[in-house]
Design a protein around this ligand. Structure first.
Ligand SMILES: [Zn+2]
Length: 260
């Protein structure tokens, strides 16, 4: 991956910034000096810079560590199909708190939609949003004891892959990369959000190139990462996001009991 976490600070950095701060591998002044390892945005394990003798676009950071050891679980080391976030346990069917969260979610649905769209560079298909809401119903997301409404877009982001998008008319790619969102290593099941992170997981957008064989991408296709700060207060803002009428109509047709 191209972007990792600084060795000592909670900031992202790329290969050029790393070399600028800690010196190059063959820098005469630094020949015998070991540079500090950067850290993986998802598992915080040490990473090394690979390909420093090659052109910049071939340089990337890789986890340090022997594959024979038992590595720390890192979502960025999996393929996008071998690991899915789910709830481990069922939650009660009828919870008045859950019902209230669901009603409130629909009242605020345009803010939730726009929050997810922001993480996807402005490209989010309403049909994906609808599928995610159905998945929320099936897994009784709304009834989870610790759920706060602002967390819903983040759970939605990690639930689906966002494959490359082509323009339907021209057949050209609008986005060539495959996006997948991951929580940090502390979250293995969705309950862990509240148990192991006290509701403060890190969320990472991983960018993958498309595998040649057409399968789902994994570590070999991982190109870059971006860490997002959780926004706990977006529902409190008084703005009304701009949503296309087509999207509004699809939502009203799909959920007539919730959206007037
Ligand atoms: Zn990692």
């Amino acid at each position: 991956m191209k972007t990792v976490i600084h060795p000592y600070k909670e900031i992202s950095l790329n290969a050029a910034q790393y070399i600028a701060e800690f010196g190059g591998k063959h820098d005469t002044r630094w020949t015998d000096k070991r540079r500090p390892a950067t850290r993986c945005p998802a598992c915080y394990e040490p990473m090394k810079l690979v390909g420093e003798d090659r052109p910049v676009h071939d340089q990337f950071f890789s986890h340090i560590g022997n594959s024979s050891e038992q590595p720390v679980f890192c979502p960025l080391r999996t393929s996008t199909t071998d690991f899915r976030y789910a709830f481990l346990r069922d939650s009660p069917h009828d919870s008045s708190v859950g019902e209230a969260i669901k009603r409130s979610f629909f009242k605020n649905w345009t803010k939730h939609f726009s929050m997810i769209r922001k993480h996807l560079d402005g490209m989010f298909d309403v049909q994906q949003f609808i599928q995610l809401i159905h998945l929320g119903n099936e897994s009784r997301l709304w009834n989870r004891g610790n759920l706060s409404e602002w967390e819903i877009p983040y759970v939605f982001l990690v639930w689906q892959d966002y494959p490359p998008i082509k323009d339907k008319r021209t057949g050209k790619y609008v986005r060539r990369e495959w996006y997948k969102f991951w929580f940090d290593y502390r979250v293995r099941t969705l309950e862990d959000i509240w148990i192991r992170t006290q509701g403060k997981p890190r969320i990472i957008r991983a960018t993958y190139s498309i595998p040649r064989d057409g399968s789902s991408p994994g570590i070999d296709q991982l190109r870059d990462t971006k860490v997002f700060d959780l926004n706990e207060s977006f529902l409190a803002l008084s703005y009304e996001p701009k949503i296309h009428d087509y999207v509004k109509n699809c939502m009203a047709r799909e959920f007539p009991n919730f959206i007037p």
